[in-house]
Design a protein around this ligand. Sequence first.
Ligand SMILES: C[S@@+](CC[C@H](N)C(=O)[O-])C[C@H]1O[C@@H](n2cnc3c(N)ncnc32)[C@H](O)[C@@H]1O
Length: 265
Amino acid sequence: MFQDLFDGSDNHLRTRLDALSTSYDAASRNSLSATGLEQGWRCWEIGGGNGSIARWLSDQVGPDGSVILTDVTTQWVESDGRHNLSVREHSVVTDDAPRSDFDLIHARQVLAHLPQRHDIVHWLPSCLRPGGHLVVEEFDLEQPLTVVNAVSETAEQPFEALHKPFIRLLQAREIDTAWARRLPDQFIAAGLDNVVTRTHRQQWRGGSSEIALHRANLAQLSKHLLDCGVAQRQLDAFTTLLDDHLLRVWSYPLVSVFGSLTVYP
Ligand SMILES: C[S@@+](CC[C@H](N)C(=O)[O-])C[C@H]1O[C@@H](n2cnc3c(N)ncnc32)[C@H](O)[C@@H]1O
């Protein structure tokens, strides 16, 4: 399962969480702002990773609001001692929800990894106040990450030689790499209204801070990739390519799905 691929206590995970923040926090902040986020809101950040989104939420909701960050591993969370931010060790699979009147619930890159994802999306709306918002963000990992401006005409080959087994590795662990495409229908089935879907993607340059996400994935998964038949020289070629400033590759598309609980008169 996911945990045996991405060990939560592994230092590489910290690097990976930071790379996720660098590459996607701006897009997530835009999505969360689009809900009308304001002072006084009560927010739940599920699987909050290093805490960067929760800290930003705590700034947005101010002293009258509150943010609860939950994660099975809280060792990488930086909360900066904020009074309106509480950090809890908690599994969204096995533990009860912290409360049932949230204005906003957000989960990025958490649920697609969990086999119970359908059930979780089904009950999460019951933790919203009427009019409250659910925002779930996942990668659509089945869109190609075509190399758009490569160091050489053959650069796509070393990129794909690693990317394809990486996706197969996730799929073999029950991670639904195309779940983001089905999420809007699941929001509707769960009783949410005003369901809107947006996708964010950008070009990453070789050697950039954003492309560090590929490097961090590789650091965590190289052993598994070698076990699947990827050759060491392919890992080396991929690593070299990621450092080349001439490389341009599309980022993983982050699909943000929004829905709200209708207020009945
Ligand atoms: C890929 S990271 C994403 C972190 C963060 N949401 C972000 O986008 O930067 C997945 C996070 O989900 C957490 N997680 C895994 N299983 C969980 C569970 N059952 N309940 C809550 N969090 C979980 C992991 O510990 C990790 O912090």
